[in-house]
Each structure stands twice: as C-alpha cells, then as structure tokens.
Design a protein around this ligand. Structure first.
Ligand code: ZN
Ligand code: ZN
Length: 355
C-alpha cells in the first residue's frame, strides 16, 4: 500500500518535472529576446552616457568596442552554434574558412579533423570511446568501457561525457547543461567555449558599467543639480545599472565556478558525479582520480583549444569561432588511466540515475 503510494507520488513528481521542461522549453525564445533587448539597452546606455566620460579615449574606446564585440559575438555563437549532437554528420563541425573563423597555428594545420586534434607528445594520452545506444532517443553515443582487474571487459554501462538532454530529447556530446533562460539550447562540446567566454565578457562589461557609471546614477537621480543631456532616458540608465550590479555579482560567481570546473577537467554533470565517486572511494579507503584531469594548465588549454597544438592565445580576445580539441568521440586522458580510478564497474552513474 505505502509502496504504491510512494510510486504514485514519484510518478506525479516526474510528470510535473516533464511539464516544467516543456514550459521552459517553450518560454526559451522569450528569454532570449529579453536578453538581447537588455544587452542592447545596456550597450546603448554605455556608449552614449559613460563612454565619452572615460579618460584616454584613444585607448579606452577601442577596448570598450572590443569587449562589446566579444559580448555580442559569443552570445550569438552560444545561441546559434549547435552543441554537438551524437547523430550529427561528421563533416558538420569541420572548421570553416570565413572571417569569423580563427586561423590555426602554423604547423598545427596538418592535424586530423576527427578524433583528438592534439598530438600525443603534448602529454595527452588519447583513447577512442566505445559506443552504446541511448535508451531514450536510440542514438549511438560514446561510452565508457570498464575493465575488470583481469582485463576482461565486464560492463559497458555509461556514456562517455555525453548525456541525453530531456528538453532537446537528443544526446549531446560532452553535455554540460541545458540553458533555457539565456541561450535556449544545450551547452555541449561545440558551444561550451563560447558559453564560458560570454560569461567572462559579461563580467567585464557589467563591472565596467558599475565602476564607471555610478556618477551618472546620481545625476539621473537629480542629486547633482546637473542636466541629463542624453538621449537615453534616466530610467533606462538606472534600470540597466541595477541589473548590471546584480549580474556582475551573480555571473562572476558562475563564471568563476565554471572556470574552476574546467581547470579540474570536469563538466557540470561530471562535477556532481565525481563528488559521489569521491565519497564512495573514500569510504573504501581509495582515492578517486578523474582520468580527464591532465593538470589545470593543460585542462584549460584543451578546453579553449589554445596552446602548442591548438589556436593562438589571442583568439581568446576576439569573437572568433574555432573547433574544439576533439570531435567528442575520443578524449585526452591522464597517462596510464584508461578510466577513472576509484570507481568500480557498476558504480558509474548513468542518465537513468537522474530519473
Ligand atoms: Zn539520447
Ligand atoms: Zn538541451
């Protein structure tokens, strides 16, 4: 009796969660439109009111324009570049040749277009992922194959760095999270770089707004007895200023957290999973080791695909598109680690555990 009641309540919760997914999925375009309006309003207010008051205009004007270009550029890419679905045709994510594409380093041009695009000498030990079928959408996706101590393949349970998104109802390579509020799509291998860069440029932009704009808030409130000669109404300026204060604090925390996860070689999903693995391993007197963690420096280089075998560092300062270091079907691993250490076969969390 109590068991069927529990199951009924559980099913009810599941239904509510699905309904929530559908509503956020449908409201996504509204949020994106609102974000574009607010970003544009902020930019207009900044360049009309604050920008002319900055010292050294020959230096600060180009810098502010660069930040704005990056902010809008990365926002555009994170909303429009598909996250990378497991059933995308392989040629879909090849680098383009247009102006928006960054140029590779000389010598790195001969790198393969599939698999890991960095050479193994760069400290990355590369293994191709095994594949399994997603129970929900039926697509084949990369998967972890776990080896027992006798080197016999026992269990093929978990997808490797790819997860099924319930809102998109598709499997995403290196799934990080689905973001309905800002970008209305998943963050995966092909747009995660734009996502993190957008967050950081938003931090810089809002910090400049807050830091250089406070005097105009006081003028707008009528404290200085100075006229408001600008086209932008004082109310609009005050609104974007308050929003900037809130965003600056919230997004700094979020962008910092993402950078910390990237430096640890984890996605948002993996960061939660690894927390559990760490606990389980500790209880057994073992230490959990994340096999994708190549040290913070290499992790950051691979994520942004900059450095010896990737793109030049200046690509971080321009709103350019680049391809990720891997096609999502092979991964760079710690030398000597085929899988995580401290996790036993059958303990890996799967998409079903989230149910
Ligand atoms: Zn799926
Ligand atoms: Zn999604």
């Amino acid at each position: 009796m109590s068991r069927s009641l529990t199951r009924g309540v559980f099913r009810c919760f599941k239904w509510l969660e699905r309904l929530g997914d559908r509503i956020t999925g449908a409201a996504g375009p509204v949020f994106v439109a609102l974000a574009i309006v607010l970003l544009s309003l902020g930019a207009v207010c900044f360049f009309e009111v604050i920008q002319p008051s900055l010292p050294l205009p020959w230096l600060t004007t180009p810098l502010c324009v660069l930040v704005a270009l990056n902010l809008f550029g990365h926002y555009y890419y994170v909303c429009t570049v598909p996250p990378g679905f497991v059933n995308d045709p392989p040629h879909k994510h090849e680098p383009g040749t247009g102006m928006v594409w960054a140029k590779r380093r000389r010598g790195a041009g001969a790198r393969p277009l599939t698999g890991v695009r960095w050479s193994e000498e760069e400290g990355a030990h590369v293994t191709r992922a095994a594949v399994s079928k997603c129970k929900r959408c039926g697509e084949m996706r990369p998967e972890v194959s776990l080896l027992s101590c006798r080197d016999v393949r026992v269990l093929m349970v978990d997808c490797e760095r790819s997860h099924h998104c319930r809102i998109c109802n598709r499997c995403v390579l290196k799934y990080d999270h689905h973001c309905p509020v800002r970008i209305n799509q998943c963050v995966g291998i092909h747009n995660e770089r734009h996502f993190v860069l957008f967050l950081w440029y938003l931090v810089i932009a809002t910090a400049c707004y807050v830091g250089f704009g406070w005097r105009f808030v006081l003028i707008g409130l009528g404290w200085f007895d100075e006229p408001w000669p600008y086209f932008a109404p004082p109310m609009a300026f005050l609104l974007t200023y308050i929003l900037s204060v809130v965003l600056c604090m919230a997004v700094t925390a979020m962008a910092g957290w993402h950078l910390f996860m990237i430096a640890s070689g984890e996605t948002s999903v993996e960061s939660q999973d690894h927390e559990l693995y760490r606990r389980v391993a500790r209880d057994r007197g073992e230490t959990f080791v994340n096999c994708y963690d190549l040290g913070y420096r290499k992790n950051l280089q691979l994520f942004f695909n900059v450095g010896p075998d990737g793109y030049p560092y200046y690509t971080l300062l321009l709103p350019l598109r680049i391809v990720p270091y891997t096609d999502g079907w092979s991964w760079a691993r710690k030398q000597g680690y085929e899988t995580h250490r401290g996790v036993r076969p059958g303990e890996e969390l799967t998409d079903d555990d989230e149910e």
